[in-house]
Ligand binder design. Sequence first.
Ligand code: AMP
Ligand code: MG
Length: 404
Amino acid sequence: MKENLSLQEAQSILLSHCREMGTEEVELHASLGRVLSEELRAEENIPPFARSPYDGYAFRALDTATATEEQPVFLSVLEEVPAGYAPTAKVGPGEAVKVLTGAPIPEGADAVEKYEVTTLKGNQVAIYSSFEPGTNIIPAGEDVVKGEIIGSKGMEISPPLIGLMASLGITRVPVYQQPTIAIISTGDELLEIDEPLRPGKIRNSNSHTLAAYCRAMGAKPLILKTPKDRTEEVGEAIQQGLQQADMVITTGGVSVGDYDVVKDAVRYINGEILYWRLNFKPSSMVAAVKDGKVILGLSGNPAAALMVFQLLGMVYIKKLMGCTDYGLTELQVTLKNDFKKPSPAGRILRGRLIYEEGNTFMELTGVQANGILRSMIGCDVLAEIPPGSGPIAAGSKLKAYLIR
Ligand code: AMP
Ligand code: MG
């Protein structure tokens, strides 16, 4: 069993135990946030025809060669084409068609002049400057050309992709099935949220925070009942999770205390422990695998559990969901506050990004103790204090990870 891993090592071992989910087809709107399981190619141009970007007149550029402010050319207007209608006339020499924004360009025309800079006398429109072919014409396929790839396999479906699919008439979308994540909080002190407090007890928050994160990511959380802090019971709960889900996350019981039974519970069900603990704070965690499914054991301390979940769990779940862009986004931040504690083993700090005077700052979201769940609210960046560090002064630059 490996111990005290770096974040990169811990991530890569976990990711090497990832499986591919099955696929399904869902209705367009239901596909938001899901992951494309196939490449999508445009079978049409967007827009499907060349169109006018303005209210104006369409004509042959050639006919305007001699036009000037003083000596305009006059063209006969054949018809008016609003958006949504097809032209009936073909534009020949000395002719023009009135087009409104979004209207198709009539056959024969290759330029458009804006309505405001023309004058109309009877059915003769005056054009006061000369045009190059193609001026003020939106070509068919300006946005997407037929045959182009609009979405790749493993891409997360975003609102603009929904719009492109709508433009192409795609009503059903091929996506990966959503992984189910079993969540087990361990700890004899835990009460359900609807239970009144009793001496020595606290309500279970971890199951609910983790379930909410899973849901927000597009995975399906399954909260299991809290087992007693005994190896067999925790083992049976994990086994049940493995049967019902694609991954199991536990919280609590991963340190070195008498009741820290998660590692033993994994061994009890013949799971393989991949590694135990990280080489920075918060260090508590265990990663294991059984039946090809990953078990991620997090600390019971809410903030510690969530930070490790964001750095390891979310990355893993993204890959499990089929996302090709599963890695964390790295950036450099300037610390806004002093952080007074030394960090002999290295440490992760939680904060929020602030952009000020050309600098990307990280402002700590509050007290950094492992149990402070409040300091995860508004936290969109985790920064790394390197091992062997003393107190860190405001203004120091740190490597950080964007938490989306
Ligand atoms: P442990 O990791 O089991 O040593 O627990 C560390 C701390 O986190 C203890 O103070 C626990 O009471 C607390 N804790 C454990 N599980 C949870 C949970 N599900 N929700 C909130 N707090 C918890
Ligand atoms: Mg415990």
